[in-house]
Design a binder for this molecule. Sequence first.
Ligand code: GA4
Length: 329
Amino acid sequence: MVVLANPPVVDQIPLLRSPGPRDSFAAVPVVDLSSPGAARAIVDASERFGFFKVVNHGVAGDTMERAETEAVKFFAQAQADKDRAGPAYPPFGYGSKRIGLNGDMGWLEYLLLAVDSASLSDACTVPAAAAFRAALNEYITAVRKVAVRVLEAMAEGLGIAPADALSAMVTEQGSDQLFRVNHYPPCPALQGLGCSATGFGEHTDPQLISVLRSNGTSGLQIALRDGAQWVSVPSDRDAFFVNVGDSLQVLTNGRFRSVKHRVVTNSLMSRVSFIYFGGPPLAQRIAPLPELLGEGEESLYREFTWGEYKKAAYNTRLGDNRLAQFEKK
Ligand code: GA4
């Protein structure tokens, strides 16, 4: 038995086996967004993994750096000052360790923010600092363009018309876009013990796609073969990582898979990540696109709206299979 001199404060947070070098996902699909083969590569990666990395995306390094610098400053504040920007529920703001409404915990603190059009919603008064807001708005405008290009490439690769059939869902008036800034502080108490604190437990994202960028600290892992194997994704601060979400799995009738992922904390270094979640308006019907249904092929899912799915999602635990209740038996 291991007896710790100073028991860590991680007692409510599940531990995970620390990733070793052999768990690294060297084969993460890389999509060059500026190349003519991007559409094909995106469809291929979305079918195989529901996950890929995007390079040559055209977003200036400065835009990413500024947002990161401001985020680091925000999280470096005294706890009492950060708490004034909370709670995260309802509906938006700063949160620490608690994820969702049903008891999930992770070794992180975060900002959960609403996006209107291409910037933070005015209704979302957090963060208050003008420099941080400006940096986030610049970043959000840029990352949203990447999301739109990826969704347009998906439509092209899938042979769906019009070109904005998917991207319009996340850009039209009333689209339910979210933005999240996560800070995973190091967890030195577990150093050398062969296990790490769970930063963000395993889950799939409910939206169409999520676009993530992190600093140079790794920690993101994705599940291969429906969870039979977890692999760590080497960090790349110059790239974006795209996850297929549950809604896109349904829109493609299961052809694209929403990828299970999680974050493991580092024992020595902070991880900071930004995630843009592209969701549709609440009234959007989520059902397979007719062009993607073969002759006589039926939807694998009961019909629902994004609003219904979102409501159901907030009644689940993070690791639950949220689509299961919408599958046709
Ligand atoms: C996962 C993806 C996004 O981070 C998120 C998360 C949301 C939350 O943190 O409030 C949820 C989670 C996420 C899915 C199930 C519910 C809702 C926590 C939770 C237990 C913002 C989202 O949209 O869904």
